[in-house]
Design a protein around this ligand. Structure first.
Ligand SMILES: CC(C)(COP(=O)(O)OP(=O)(O)OC[C@H]1O[C@@H](n2cnc3c(N)ncnc32)[C@H](O)[C@@H]1OP(=O)(O)O)[C@@H](O)C(=O)NCCC(=O)NCCS
Length: 293
């Protein structure tokens, strides 16, 4: 057989770096995540070898207290694409998930990712939710401010109480953070990041927002990573303003933000009109049977 799929080993790192070099224009976050994935005992990392060369990578992570098989970081070397390798790797992840007894498969991608869409169609996954996102690189400062709804720092406990008291804030009780999606629990809120901060914005008991953010180092540079949940335009834009000003205070070089689809950012906000990448994250899900034939 000219190909095989096997567990990832430390010595595969250079091959993965090579694959990542030509993924997302070199802005692939996989290299900076490899060590964390290795250290996570709920991660099942695989590579595909074709003619003795590592040509693909993918990870299955078991999350949500064993309920979810989270499929992530599917990568195929650019020279070996469109040969069915991603599909074969997907089948391997699904077999692993079945053996582990998960209750559902989930994955996220952007709505533009045609190959992933084809694969999710073949598995019979359905779209569970959407979140908009924007990425602003070369971020320095932003003059625009909106303080129409005051935002105050709250503890993780207070954030959790707010999110459970207002279920309409977090659609389907699924928390989106940096391309990941988790069942909303206190544990999942706490495990997002050690240095996470939560803000609550509220006006008249109706216009409401809960946003969170934290620093991540990406390619040696600090970036601000945040998610905003809001019902009401005023609270949304005030929470956005809060996140951007906090990013400025931390002197980050980039801002990545996930937010509800009903609000516009990229073309609306002075300072974010140019050189801002906008897209839509889509979360796919599949319940058993996970048959892929
Ligand atoms: C997405 C990616 C993993 C696909 O790998 P691949 O080995 O080329 O995919 P496959 O050959 O298994 O193709 C799977 C399906 O997608 C289709 N496909 C593959 N590349 C495509 C493209 N660029 N545009 C449209 N469809 C595409 C194939 O025709 C196939 O469809 P089919 O099942 O109807 O025949 C690869 O392009 C890649 O590494 N991209 C960068 C990282 C990425 O986007 N990862 C996934 C989301 S995180």
């Amino acid at each position: 057989m000219s190909w095989q799929i096997r567990p990832y080993e430390l010595s595969d790192r250079p091959a993965i770096l090579e694959i990542s070099k030509r993924t997302w224009g070199g802005y692939d976050q996989l290299p900076s995540e490899l060590d964390k994935l290795m250290a996570n005992r709920n991660s099942y990392m695989f590579v595909m070898e074709f003619k003795d060369r590592v040509v693909a990578f993918a990870n299955l992570k078991v999350i949500d207290e064993g309920k979810t098989g989270w499929m992530e970081f599917m990568r195929v070397h650019w020279r070996y694409r469109k040969r069915g390798f991603a599909w074969t790797m997907t089948q391997r992840l699904i077999t692993e998930a079945q053996n582990l007894g998960v209750k559902r498969l989930r994955l996220s991608t952007t709505t533009e990712n045609e190959a992933t869409k084809r694969i999710t169609d073949r598995i019979g996954m359905h779209r569970l939710l959407h979140m908009k996102l924007f990425w602003k690189g070369n971020f320095r400062r932003i003059r625009w401010k909106d303080v129409s709804v005051p935002n105050v720092l709250v503890s993780t406990d207070e954030a959790f109480v707010l999110l459970t008291d207002f279920p309409s804030l977090v659609p389907k009780g699924i928390l989106v953070d940096y391309w990941h999606a988790y069942d909303l629990t206190k544990d999942s809120l706490e495990s997002i990041s050690e240095n996470i901060r939560f803000w609550k914005g509220e006006k008249n008991g109706k216009d409401m927002a809960l946003s969170f953010g934290y620093l991540r180092v990406f390619r040696g540079e600090p970036m601000w990573c945040s998610t905003i949940y809001a019902v009401g335009e005023h609270s949304f834009y005030s929470a956005l303003s809060q996140q951007l000003q906090t990013a400025v205070e931390h002197e980050v070089r980039g801002v990545l933000c996930f937010h509800p689809v009903q609000y516009q950012v990229g073309h609306e906000i002075p300072g974010l009109k140019r050189n801002t990448f906008s897209s839509i994250l889509v979360l796919y899900e599949k319940h058993p049977p996970f048959d892929t034939r």
